[in-house]
Write a new protein. Structure first.
Length: 288
C-alpha cells in the first residue's frame, strides 16, 4: 500500500500568472529632489480609484515638472480624508496636513502617518495596506522612533518622508548636516591685518550639542561671498559683525592668534596644530 500523491498542476499555463491588466501602476512617493529637500512642491489629486488586488484606494497626483514644460503623474495610497481636487504639498517646508508629504524629523510626536520609508529614498515601503498606519513616538538627534499599527516598533531614520494621515513613512541623518565646521583658512589678510564678516544665521545641527553659526565674508580675490560654519560662542547673535586677523580687537566672536590674547582669556575652537582650523573646545559647554 503506497500513499497517493496528489500532483499539483504547475506547468507552463497562463492560469497561474498574476492578473496585471487592470493595475494602475507602481504606487510610490515622489522621488526626493532639491525642491523637496529645501522647500516644497505643490500637486493636485486628479483621481481617487480602486486598484484590483489592493485593499486601499490609490490616488493619482499631478505635479508640474520642475525642469521641463510638462506634467508628472504619481500614484500614492489615498489616506483617509484625501479627495479629488485637493492640493497636496511635498517637501521639508510643507505644512502638517492630511495628504502632505514631509520628513519624519519635521513631524511632532503622536503624528499618524502612512506609506513610510523603511530606508532612505525607498519611496514608501511601510503601512501601505488598507487600515494600516504608523505613529511617530519620539525624536532624538539620530533617529525617529515610529510604532506600527500592529504593535511592532521601528527605529526609523531622522529624515524620512510621508503623506500625513493614516497611511504613510520616509530619510537620512547626513541630509540634515549643515557642513564642515572650521575656522577661516589663514591668508595674507589675517596674518597682517584683519577681515570683517557677518553672522547670517545661528542654528542647531543634528548630533551636535553646540549651535553653529553661518558667517559670510567678502572673498578678497574674487567678486563673491564666502560662507564659513563656526561653533557659535555664548553671546554671538545673528547680524553681528566678527573680525578675523592678527589686528582684530579682543571681543566675543572675533578670531585672533593665541599670542595676541592676554592670560585668562576664555576661548573656543582653538587650533591644536597650526592651520588645522580649530580642533579643540568645539563641543557644547567646553572652552580653553
Amino acid at each position: 500500500m503506497g500513499r497517493v500523491i496528489l500532483g499539483s498542476r504547475k506547468g507552463k499555463s497562463l492560469i497561474f500568472t498574476a492578473k496585471t491588466r487592470l493595475r494602475k501602476g507602481a504606487v510610490k512617493l515622489r522621488a526626493t529632489d532639491y525642491l523637496e529637500r529645501h522647500g516644497y512642491i505643490k500637486g493636485l489629486i486628479k483621481k481617487v480609484e480602486h486598484e484590483p488586488a489592493r485593499g486601499a484606494p490609490v490616488c493619482e497626483v499631478v505635479f508640474h515638472d520642475p525642469y521641463r514644460y510638462k506634467l508628472k503623474k504619481e500614484l500614492f495610497v489615498a489616506v483617509e480624508g484625501a479627495h479629488t481636487g485637493q492640493f497636496v504639498y511635498c517637501g521639508s517646508k510643507a505644512q502638517l496636513s492630511i495628504g502632505n508629504v514631509l520628513p519624519l524629523g519635521k513631524m511632532p510626536e503622536g503624528t499618524i502617518i502612512s506609506m513610510c520609508e523603511e530606508k532612505a529614498m525607498d519611496r514608501g515601503k511601510l503601512a501601505r495596506a488598507s487600515g494600516t498606519s504608523c505613529m511617530v513616538v519620539g525624536h532624538s538627534d539620530f533617529w525617529t522612533l515610529r510604532v506600527l499599527s500592529r504593535g511592532g516598533k521601528d527605529n526609523g531614520t531622522r529624515h524620512p518622508w510621508q503623506p500625513q494621515g493614516q497611511e504613510l513613512d520616509f530619510h537620512g541623518q547626513n541630509k540634515l548636516r549643515k557642513g564642515a565646521v572650521k575656522l577661516r583658512a589663514t591668508d595674507y589678510l589675517e596674518r597682517h591685518g584683519y577681515i570683517k564678516g557677518l553672522i547670517k544665521k545661528v542654528e542647531h545641527e543634528p548630533a551636535r550639542g553646540a549651535p553653529v553659526c553661518e558667517v559670510v565674508f567678502h572673498d578678497p580675490y574674487r567678486y563673491k561671498l564666502k560662507k564659513e560654519l563656526w561653533v557659535a560662542v555664548e553671546g554671538a547673535h545673528t547680524g553681528q559683525f566678527v573680525y578675523c586677523g592678527s589686528k582684530a580687537q579682543l571681543a566675543i566672536g572675533n578670531v585672533l592668534p593665541l599670542g595676541k590674547m592676554p592670560e585668562g582669556t576664555i576661548i573656543s575652537m582653538c587650533e591644536e596644530k597650526a592651520m588645522d582650523r580649530g580642533k579643540l573646545a568645539r563641543a557644547s559647554g567646553t572652552s580653553c
